[in-house]
Design a protein around this ligand. Structure first.
Ligand code: ZN
Length: 78
């Protein structure tokens, strides 16, 4: 399964398999997004740009992100 993750450091959305907490590119904390991958790939360029703007704004990012209760499965979450 693919999931959307936003990295503020890279300033981009990473599409990653599984629930990740660290950016594969820069090792910074990722924010997992609620939007399903299949929804995202159905969007056009302007919809994706709107979405990126929401990711860049910490307040709207909170609303579109999900806090995954995954740390128990990955206790070595450094
Ligand atoms: Zn990154």
């Amino acid at each position: 399964m693919l999931y959307l993750h936003f990295c503020g450091n890279c300033d981009r959305i990473h599409i990653l398999s599984g629930h990740r907490t660290l950016c594969p590119a820069c090792d910074t904390q990722l924010t997992e997004l609620k939007t399903p991958y299949v929804t995202y790939i159905g969007w056009n360029v302007s919809q994706r740009e709107d979405f990126m703007e929401k990711c860049r704004n910490p307040l709207s990012l909170q609303k579109i992100s999900t806090v995954y209760a995954m740390r128990k499965y990955h206790p070595r979450n450094e």
